[in-house]
Design a protein around this ligand. Structure first.
Ligand SMILES: [Zn+2]
Ligand SMILES: [Zn+2]
Length: 242
């Protein structure tokens, strides 16, 4: 904990190029380690233990994983660039009170759910679909598909926190933690794994993967990130059972 504190404090004051390099290493590490671990775990569960199943079991496209990893690593570097702007805009390293922490987390989660839904709808318009096509070239998704996005789409994702910080107060530690948790959740969304039996605690996380796989399969449904709210309100929600 003390080491993490010292690293964050150093990161806020060092030269921006060093901060950018550190942020690249952290983003790429989170992406590669989470995607690799999830890929191995699911492969073991399905192929060795017959525990759960792939949502879509069609073959991957030729060189799909290599293409996804390449776009993913470029996207991580763009997220690192976004964090340099967060470094200029954050409001304190830590929230001063517990209520301040809860307000920051709740307001960012609501903001990001709304921001990502409408940005995603924009990316499906004829003006921006050529960029979003990179992500949708993964029809059968893998954990590596999570950040297989065009650099223009990566800018929308990576600059969400600086945009929020222009409007509301956000501590740097909250911003960094939510970013890393958000990356892991996005990778889970692309796990292509479902589990219909067993405890809810196990089924629930992967229900999000089914929800997002429908988006890759049909295109114009299930644009949301962590919640079905905007999909339900605006008529773009498709249930898992359909
Ligand atoms: Zn889409
Ligand atoms: Zn996706």
């Amino acid at each position: 904990m003390q080491l993490a504190l010292e690293i964050i404090e150093y990161w806020t004051t060092c030269h921006w190029a060093i901060a950018f390099a550190i942020a690249c290493i952290v983003n790429i590490s989170v992406y590669v380690l989470t995607a690799k671990c999830l890929h191995l775990l699911i492969d073991y569960a399905v192929n060795t233990k017959s525990f759960g199943k792939f949502i879509d079991d069609r073959a991957l496209k030729p060189k799909q994983t290599l293409r996804e990893m390449t776009y993913g690593i470029v996207a991580c570097c763009i997220f690192a660039l976004g964090s340099i702007f967060s470094r200029m805009l954050f409001d304190g390293l830590w929230p001063e009170t517990l209520s301040s922490l809860l307000i920051q987390v709740a307001s960012f989660v609501v903001f990001y759910e709304t921001y990502s839904y409408f940005v995603h709808r924009l990316l499906h318009t004829k003006y921006l679909s050529m960029f979003h096509g990179v992500h949708h070239s993964s029809v059968r998704v893998t954990p590596w598909s999570a950040y297989s996005v065009h650099p223009v789409e990566a800018i929308f994702i990576g600059f969400s926190a600086p945009v929020f910080m222009l409007l509301f107060s956000l501590s740097l530690s909250v911003a960094l933690t939510l970013h890393i948790v958000g990356m892991m959740f996005t990778i889970l969304l692309h796990s292509n794994y479902s589990h219909s039996s067993g405890p809810t605690l196990l089924k629930l996380p992967f229900s999000y993967a089914e929800y997002h796989s429908k988006h890759h399969f049909y295109g114009g449904v299930n644009y949301g990130f962590t919640h079905r709210f905007w999909d339900s309100v605006l008529g773009t929600y498709q249930r898992q059972s359909n």
